[in-house]
Design a protein around this ligand. Sequence first.
Ligand code: ADP
Ligand code: MG
Length: 686
Amino acid sequence: MRERQGIGAIKGVGEKTEKLFRHVGVKTVGDLIRYYPRGFEIFEDPVPVSEAVEGRVCTVAGSVFGRIQVSGSQRVQITTLYLKDLTGTIKVIWFRMPFLRNTLSKGGILILRGRVVRRRDGLVMEHPEVYYPASKYEEKLHTMQPVYPLTAGLTNNAVIKAVRQALECADDKMDILPPEMSVKYHFPPYKEAVRNMHFPEDKEHFAAARERFVFEEFLVFILSLRRMKEAGNRAENRFHFADQEKIGQFLDALPYRLTGAQMKVWEEIKADMQGSFVMSRLVQGDVGSGKTVVAFLALLLAGLNGYQGALMAPTEVLARQHYENISGMLEKYEIPLKAELLTGSMTAAQKRGAYERIRSGEASIVIGTHALIQEKAVYRDLALVVTDEQHRFGVRQREALAGKGTMPHILVMSATPIPRTLAIILYGDLDISVIDEMPKDRLPIRNCVVDTSYREKAYSFMRKQVSMGRQCYVICPMVEESESLEAENVLDYSQMLAEELGSGIRVGCLHGKMKQQEKDEIMEAFGKNEIQVLVSTTVVEVGIDVPNATVIMIENAERFGLAQLHQLRGRVGRGKHQSYCIFMSASKSEETKERLEILNHSNDGFFIAGEDLRLRGPGDLFGIRQSGILDFKIADVFQDAKVLKSAAEEAGKILADDPGLEKPVHAGLKKHIDSRIQEIMLETTL
Ligand code: ADP
Ligand code: MG
């Protein structure tokens, strides 16, 4: 078996599994080797039932007490049992596994491992793994088991089995890092490193392997960026943007004055667009600093000069919101331009209409998701592309746009507070503007960190805010096991909350599994205050702007990264009303408390990102779910800042010594980089 072969070559991978793997982007044996786990489970000794802790994954051992029940709807059957040991009993439920009633009815000790949550009737262990007979658990005790990203039908065990086989053909010859680098940084040899990415003996082995691949990922990224830059950046500005009176009128008519920072950034953008070269500019500004209106000004400048401008958003919900907002402003301020929405979920006929208006130039401001660049949109004269919240976008998409022959001006907007030194490396050739001032009428958000005993009070607080005309978000506990469980959880929670809050308050819910149209409807209803309380997963975290919402309550706050919590909190405090953020956490650990205290005392994204880094330190590799800044597979810009700097240094040296990457030691790297650049180029249809 070789790395390049299809995964069908692996024993036990039939057509059906092959399809499932393809769904998660794994086509070849090599892909599988690089299909790294998203975390590890460490199998600890079972705890007494009485010591099961809310909000944690626990292992308990005991026997079934009473009868095993199956209830619920046909669609979601729920299996319930009570597990008993010498110290007490705990309720346990499974979704969609009715067959467990028979398997577990035979008596004897069983071991369950799952998350414990608090429900109305007390602590419940939800959807645990079953080890029966109990001896099955002993095999796993104290080992590190990889946990892979999955898709419906693909089990973790199936991936483990396939990966084990694939690893057998890993070969040090596949190493693309120049050998002197492995020596210099003490990286483990390739074969050992890939093995330890999946099945490490301990955390230290994993950390060493991970660092090696993080380095490689950064190195390839930086080298690709530099090579593409050579291939044609700093293109000449072939557009002519005359100043527009209409823009001044618009600024005068706005209900607020731009802040000094917004004004400064707008001037920088305008100078770029009117300069001799094509703009590549990154605008950084904390959540709520008012980036949208700045982007809108740039789009106006393009449109009013007879060109087209495009605005890309990372989600459909956000694209639609921008569209509504921008078409609203065009109408209200009597600006004679037409906005057009283009998203993946539109019907074929709708898209055809949109394409036609984009081609003819009738549409001057085109707003959408990556459909803007991925689908067959042909522009008449595209002069400006703005990408919003671009850390959610692949680096690739950005490069895809920049790599096109037409070379529009590029404006990238981000709320991710990346320190300047890192931003310069990561964004290569982008110029950077910072909106470092908040609109004046804002009241700082009031924060509190509370434990679950506060929940009742939080609900009544929300009731009160709603009675004053305000709206609330509740971010639901995360379910790590699967996306469909997460949906289940949000549904459950919102039903419970609707009962709790009583009639007169409409509770809506939003999660990743919903159809796009449903999501849009919910967001629209929330935007119009037809829904007062929105229970949601983290899909709301990006950019949603409902200024009337004043409360956000985040359940299981301990399970989010600080930067992500800060983004979530940014959903409130966007209007003139006092806003509140409630971090709910059951965790009693000191470290969690310290982390949440940082948010409690600061609303400053840069400060929080720095503290996050400081607290996590380089040792913590598993604890926190990353918010996926930029499109790196394993690297984390914050946590791996040091490695990023080394990689940038080495990239510089490599290019100084061998600009064309023609030396044999760079052959592997070159091939990798070329195919990466090609991938980037192929994606363009703009
Ligand atoms: P973000 O930077 O997070 O994208 P938005 O652009 O969505 O923020 O702006 C947040 C809210 O602040 C919007 O409702 C917007 O209308 C408002 N806003 C923008 N600039 C100002 C300003 N200078 N003064 C007052 N409100 C503003
Ligand atoms: Mg925004």
